[in-house]
Design a protein around this ligand. Structure first.
Ligand code: PMP
Length: 415
């Protein structure tokens, strides 16, 4: 699955029906959308999708947890036995699951109570609710450039004015951040601080502290979107930005998509009480609450002893896959290219020499049965056409090596 902006929604005016909302009509469509659909053709080795490897899902554990919950052996929610798992439930989320999320934050050095957590339908819903609650039309939201596409969409739907903060291998440019914050009075800075989508970059502790300090000084909130933090294959863990800033200055989103399975659609927001109250209202309007049975099954799974070994298996497999991609890239990309070497997550970001256009290269690559995502759509403005995102989680090392041989042939044919 590849996230792109939706199709243009104007269409021919065939009837006298009212137009769609101006918010929806204002969201840009992506010119590479049709090309990306082709990356899912059978036979294509695709580095484009941001999918966890399905063979690493703990299917047996999922079976056991759903069985337990439906048999009334779940984590003590109500007196109706298994039937309570099929009932409506509180907007804030399953109490046990909130405690487990809080305990995981506390273990990472950010003391957290269950009450601080709102369970959401994927962390994407957290981003959407936060856009609704924090952003009025015209408000400035600062974003890294490049940044996670579906977050940009969510802010754009809320009417935000997206402004790029210069960022690179050394993290967010703190001087530039201060300048923009003083001039534009942003509401929010959105960052993916660990193994970012799309670049794989991580902000170091000093940069995180600097971001938190700037937020305090200039009075904006940091939205720390951190779904990849637990997929670390090398290096030392970094503290969340929320642990390095004043209380309430940072709102954090997280996800079970990368540690359990994305199809569960389970994520969360960690927020201060005032913000959480707004989020609960927005969530009631969106979906009342996240699936009761899925939350209960996840809570059961987390309290079993299966998560730690399952996560270790994923990390071990992904480490090998990352290494296979990194060791094959020098022979696959044109001389003068450079790329990130992430300590975790799912993505490597490559920059080809000036003059290359990766959207054009994708057409040639598809003719060689290999795919990647051109980097341009990830930029809020001024895209660099020579960039691309490569995901390394979907295939084993042999398929990755074969995909890179095909990419090398495509580069040779296009160059
Ligand atoms: N944030 C980032 C940075 C992501 O890459 C993704 C998914 N690819 C999400 C949020 C949303 O994930 P989910 O809704 O599955 O939790």
């Amino acid at each position: 699955m590849i996230m792109t902006c939706p199709e243009p929604v104007e269409g021919p005016p065939t009837t006298a029906l009212p137009a769609l909302s101006s918010r929806v009509r204002a969201v840009r469509s992506s010119v590479i959308r049709d090309l990306l659909a082709l990356t899912e053709r059978p036979g294509v080795i695709s580095f484009a999708g941001g999918l966890p490897a399905p063979e690493l899902f703990d299917l047996e554990g999922a079976h056991a947890s759903f069985d337990a919950v439906l048999a009334g052996r779940g984590a003590g929610e109500g007196s109706a036995g298994g039937r309570s798992a099929l009932q409506y439930s509180p907007t804030e989320g399953n109490r046990t699951l909130r405690e487990q999320v809080a305990a995981r934050y506390s273990a990472r050095g950010l003391p957290t109570e269950a009450a601080d957590i709102l369970i959401t339908t994927g962390s994407q819903q957290g981003l959407s609710l936060l856009s609704t609650v924090l952003v009025d039309p015209g408000d400035v939201v600062l974003v890294e450039s490049p940044s996670y596409l579906a977050a940009l969409q969510s802010f754009a739907l809320a009417g935000a004015r997206l402004v790029a903060v210069p960022s690179g291998d050394d993290g967010i440019d703190l001087d530039a951040l201060a300048g923009l914050a003083a001039r534009l009075q942003p509401k929010v800075l959105y960052t993916v601080p660990t193994f970012q989508n799309p670049t794989g970059r991580t902000l170091d502790a000093e940069n995180r502290r600097g971001v938190g300090a700037a937020a305090g000084r200039y009075g904006f909130r940091v939205l720390e979107d951190d779904p990849y933090a637990e997929l670390r294959y090398s290096g030392d863990a970094a503290l969340p930005i929320a642990a390095l800033a004043a209380p309430g200055q940072v709102v954090s989103t997280g996800s079970f998509s990368k540690i359990l399975a994305p199809g569960l659609r389970l994520g969360w927001v960690r927020a201060d009480p005032r913000l959480r109250a707004g989020l609960v209202v927005a969530k009631q309007a969106a979906d009342l609450h996240t699936s009761t049975v899925d939350q209960a099954a996840a809570a059961h799974y987390l309290s079993s002893d299966r998560l730690v070994p399952a996560l270790d298996r994923s990390r071990d497999a992904y480490r090998l896959r990352r290494d296979a991609l990194l060791s094959g890239l020098p022979a696959a990309l044109p001389p003068g290219s450079h790329w990130t070497s992430p300590d975790g997550g799912m993505f490597v970001w490559a920059t080809l020499p000036p003059g290359w256009d990766t959207t054009a290269l994708l057409t040639t690559a598809l003719a060689h049965d290999v795919a990647f995502v051109p980097g341009a759509p990830f930029f809020p403005a001024d895209p660099d056409p020579a960039t691309m995102r490569l995901s390394f989680t979907t295939y084993g090392p042999d398929a990755i090596a074969e995909g890179l041989r095909r990419l090398s042939a495509a580069v040779g044919a296009a160059g």
